[in-house]
Design a protein around this ligand. Structure first.
Ligand code: ADP
Ligand code: MG
Length: 947
């Protein structure tokens, strides 16, 4: 839709000169397939030509959307890995955009702006795993924008040392759940995080944030390493998900040009935003708990701010821009609507299964590029104050000496002036001492950290160790826990000197024991603790081999690194979090590799569901652990919705993951969508952390349930009827006025047999008398234009699994006939495994049309089995808009004006035959689907048994 609009090819500086405004520059970048996408046989749905990008809907190849940005980076293909591990274009000048070329375009501009004294901001936006951190920070030798920018910054500083003096200050912080955490401060976290304050001149800033003076790029890299380490420990300790946090690096550059006596100051904000995906998935779903906003208020608000600003830019009237609604938007206020030159890099996955997310990212970027800022060269208030005070002092001194020269006896005046002078000097000194103190502290701290890092490097060359593997690749390999000679407890215990302390869900006080003896390392789980090695649960002493994968508790993942002699030059990066997950899934019977699911025939959407399933497995384990520790008495279980269900034509329904929540004693059941579960889990983590904080550091077993009022409890919901399963009653016999009596198998969404339902379709007279054999039609087209009466009879349900599980339950049957807008429900029956329903509904078509006839010949009425539980209200038929006769007959069709008997009847019987064929086909499709579902079900069951 945007093709044809002129691309913003004009350099930003030129654009700024023309209007006094700077548009936010936007770049998009598409990464290579990851292993999972490759295994899935994914197709690339993104293409690029110069700065325009096109994305194709994988389900409709005709449907394409094009967007134009300032830059579009193709980092998907045509690259090679050189000897040093750098990704470079396959051939010189190739289309592949490597880290260097991205830096050339985006980084150099930011550097240039900063050196001129402008504030500059760089934001990375995109779904988790799309390459934000790769672009911002980079991996290994493929350095991203931040380290490259620092390299060039210090190089530039070194070049002009005679004309100017420069100082660089570095800070790094994280916003998680609206809490601001200083990543460079080793001290204990401030509960509730640091405060974001506002000052007239400075705007919003973080109070008490550590700023470290830096004089080399190497130093900045060390600091980033330190910050990442803090982030990693925070993520594992607090059981927090880094993809939900925003990481901000702030570089302050101060330049003093002594000759011209001007000071220029600029802030460079480098922001690696939280994954964009949750925002969308939670936004679409309503829950009685404040979800969505709670998950990532900052990201949602950022979206709102960007939308408002984009509206402003196109001249719409906007009353209020909600900067103040979140911590992130407060800190980015000047980057977005003010004094900054801003660049956004939007990162995309190329794969068909990520189409929705990628499209939403492009739309977001599209809005962002409309935003206009007004950047100015900055002068620091502190510098000015010192300068002003100095100037005032010089003047005062002059006046003093003049007074002396003039020999006038103006004692009073002199005294007053001297006082002023002393006061000013004290003030100058105070400002300087404060700053120096600050710097000294930060420097000392940094030296300490540096010593620790050096120490760690030495240890790595001497001992085996375990290495953390995080869902966020950027945080993997940051924590190293060394296993020196002897026995070492691993667990929560931090008191014992011979222990390795870790935190996380499901980690016991003493969880397991490592033994390092005679150049062998073994691991022994202690009673009641969960330990998995290479995907398999272990209960006994196990020998560890170099590169073994360990999972401790619910989800603490570590890679074992053996003795230095065993290591060789291997690269551990292939053992990423995905690897752990698929190994775990494989051990439980689900194969996502090239072998089964990866075969090219597998429907990509089904595959996506399986990946979701595997991804959610550890989250469900964590939720169960929290429920147990908080005595919530609920259990979570993953299910695939619609796995064995189809619509009224027998078409396969879209499948998705749901979480079945069961309260203890299996008395209550809820079905949560994936989005709801993800949101709820976040709220559970919140509740869990509060509980931990409240119960102090000592962990008491069986503490009373965290005291949350029911309506704020994320583990709970008011009970509602649950859809247990469906059965298909095919309508074809009605077209011939043949009565039908069936024993239908009601299948649960995963293929479980929920009940047998006895149902009938009885053609009848308008008074409800059953028709006989004489009324059978040879040719259904005889019905055209005539009245058709029939009854749907629900006789009995047998073997209700739902009631067998708990007697205090009931069921209802729901169904929707033809064009009825609302479902009808049979009355509720309770406490009985084989309840009589004896429910009869009379339908009539007053003037049967071809459409209805087609429908009868090709469709089924879907009978839904609904489970009722104690405390929930029955489902009632809503009769609004439903046509009924005075005798209570439901009218499904009245006389249609166009539908007359004019149509050639031979043609009709032809079409009827064709329809009949269609239906046979559909039926066989349905059978095939059921077969497929059966096998999927088996896989799942196998997985279940392992749980
Ligand atoms: P995000 O920060 O958006 O969650 P990452 O930057 O951590 O995602 O990227 C996820 C994975 O994809 C990482 O393993 C990373 O190395 C890889 N990746 C991302 N972008 C690229 C790219 N342009 N070229 C090569 N690999 C990439
Ligand atoms: Mg990241």
């Amino acid at each position: 839709m945007l093709l044809g609009r002129r691309s913003l090819g004009v350099p930003a500086a030129a654009a700024a000169d023309m209007h006094g405004k700077d548009c936010v520059k936007v770049a998009v970048r598409v990464r290579p397939f990851n292993k999972r996408e490759r295994d899935a046989g994914s197709r690339c749905v993104v293409s690029m030509v110069t700065s325009s990008i096109t994305i194709q809907d994988p389900r409709e190849s005709q449907s394409c959307r094009s967007f134009c940005f300032d830059y579009a980076y193709w980092s998907h293909s045509s690259f090679a890995r050189d000897h040093s591990g750098l990704y470079v274009p396959e051939e010189p000048g190739g289309r592949y955009a490597d880290q260097n070329s991205v830096f050339q375009d985006l980084g150099e501009g930011i550097l240039e702006n900063a050196l001129q004294g402008y504030n500059a901001t760089l934001l990375a936006y995109g779904q988790t795993g799309s390459g934000k951190s790769y672009s911002m920070v980079g991996y290994g030798p493929n350095k991203g924008l931040v380290p490259k920018l620092c390299d060039r910054l210090f190089q530039a500083i070194g070049e002009n040392q005679d004309t100017r003096q420069c100082q660089v200050f570095f800070s790094m912080l994280e916003i998680y759940n609206e809490q601001v955490v200083d990543l460079l401060s080793r001290g204990s976290r401030t509960p509730g995080g640091l405060r974001v304050r506002e000052e007239q001149q400075r705007g919003f800033y973080v109070e008490g944030l550590r700023t470290v003076p830096c004089d080399s790029a190497a130093q900045v890299e060390q600091l980033m390493e330190q910050g990442t380490r803090t982030r990693t420990t925070a993520a594992t300790n607090m059981n927090a998900n880094s993809s939900r946090s925003h990481m901000l690096i702030i570089l302050q550059l101060k330049q003093i040009f002594s000759k011209e006596s001007i000071t220029k100051q600029s802030n460079i904000n480098l922001v690696d935003l939280a994954g964009s995906e949750r925002q969308r998935s939670s936004g679409s779903e309503a829950d009685r708990l404040k979800e969505g906003t709670a998950i990532n208020l900052s990201l949602t608000t950022l979206g709102n701010v960007i939308s408002s600003l984009a509206d402003v830019a196109v001249g719409k009237k906007v009353v209020h821009i909600p900067y103040r609604d979140s911590a992130l938007t407060k800190l980015l206020q000047s980057a977005l609507g003010g004094n900054s030159r801003t660049v956004m890099i939007a990162t995309l996955s190329p794969a068909d299964i990520c189409y929705e997310e990628s499209l939403s990212t492009l739309r977001y970027a599209e809005r962002a590029k409309r935003i206009q800022n007004r950047a100015v060269v900055n002068e620091s208030p502190t510098e000015r104050l010192v300068k002003e005070l100095k100037a005032e002092n010089t003047k005062l001194l002059q006046r003093l000496s003049r007074l002396g020269q003039e020999g006038r006896r103006a004692n009073d005046e002199t005294k007053e002036l001297r006082q002023l002078l002393t006061h000013n000097e004290l003030q100058i000194r105070a400002i300087q001492t404060l700053r120096e103190q600050h710097l000294q502290e930060a420097l000392k701290d940094w030296e300490q950290q540096y010593a620790n890092i050096t120490q760690e490097r030495r240890m790595m060359q001497m001992h085996p160790y375990i290495l953390n593997i995080n869902e966020d690749a950027q945080l993997s390999g940051v924590v190293k826990l060394f296993i020196q000679e002897g026995d070492w407890d691993i667990g929560l215990c931090d008191s014992s000197p011979r222990s390795i302390c870790i935190r996380g869900l499901g980690i016991q006080e003493r969880h397991a024991v490592f033994r390092n003896e005679q150049r062998r390392v073994t691991l022994t789980p202690l009673t009641g603790s969960k330990v998995t090695v290479n995907g398999n649960a272990v209960f006994q002493t196990t020998d560890l081999q170099h590169l073994d994968r360990l999972i401790l508790g619910s989800n603490c993942t570590y890679l074992f690194i053996g003795f230095p002699s065993e290591r060789g030059g291997d690269d551990w990066s292939r053992y990423d979090y995905d690897y752990f997950l698929s190994e775990l899934a494989a051990a439980e019977g689900i194969h996502l590799g090239e072998s089964s699911a990866g075969s090219s025939q597998t429907d990509p959407s089904l595959l996506a569901v399986f990946y979701d399933y595997v991804k959610l497995m550890p989250m469900v384990a964590e939720a169960n652990q929290m429920s147990q520790e908080l005595n919530k008495g609920v259990q979570f279980k993953l299910e695939i919705k619609n796995l064995a269900m189809s619509d009224s034509k027998g078409h396969d329904l879209q499948k998705e993951i749901v979480v079945r929540v069961t309260s203890s004693g299996r008395k209550q059941v809820w079905m949560w969508s994936k989005a709801k579960f993800v949101n709820r889990k976040f709220l559970m983590e919140d509740a869990y952390q509060q509980h931990q904080a409240a119960s102090g550091d000592e962990r008491v077993e069986g503490l009373p349930t965290a005291a949350l009022p029911r309506d704020e409890d994320p583990f709970w919901d008011p009970v509602e009827p649950v859809l247990l399963g469906t059965a298909h009653l095919w309508l074809q016999s009605l077209a011939f006025r043949i009565p039908l009596e069936e024993q239908l198998e009601v299948l649960g969404s995963e293929g479980t047999e929920e009940a047998i339902l006895q149902a009938q379709l009885v053609p009848c007279t308008s008074t409800g008398l059953p028709m006989g054999e004489d009324d059978i039609l040879i040719d259904p087209s005889e019905l055209l234009g005539r009245r058709l009466d029939f009854q749907l009879v629900l006789d009995q349900c047998c073997g209700l699994r739902w009631i067998r599980e708990a007697r205090n339950r009931g069921v209802q049957i729901g169904f929707r006939f033809y064009n009825c807008s609302q479902p009808l429900y049979s009355p509720a029956v309770w406490h009985n495994v084989n309840p009589l329903l004896d429910h009869r509904v009379h339908f009539a078509s007053l003037h049967t049309s071809q459409r209805l006839l087609d429908h009868l010949q090709s469709s089924a009425v879907v009978l839904e089995l609904w489970g009722l539980q104690e405390g929930c209200t029955d489902l009632t038929s809503c009769l609004e808009g439903v046509r009924m006769t005075t005798e209570g007959i439901f009218i499904i069709e009245e006389a249609g004006p166009t539908d007359t008997a004019l149509v050639d009847s031979t043609e009709l019987s032809c079409s009827a035959r064709a329809l009949q064929q269609d239906m046979e086909e559909l039926k066989s499709v349905n059978t095939a689907l059921r077969k497929e579902n059966q096998s999927l079900r088996e896989q799942l069951n196998a997985a279940r048994n392992g749980e």
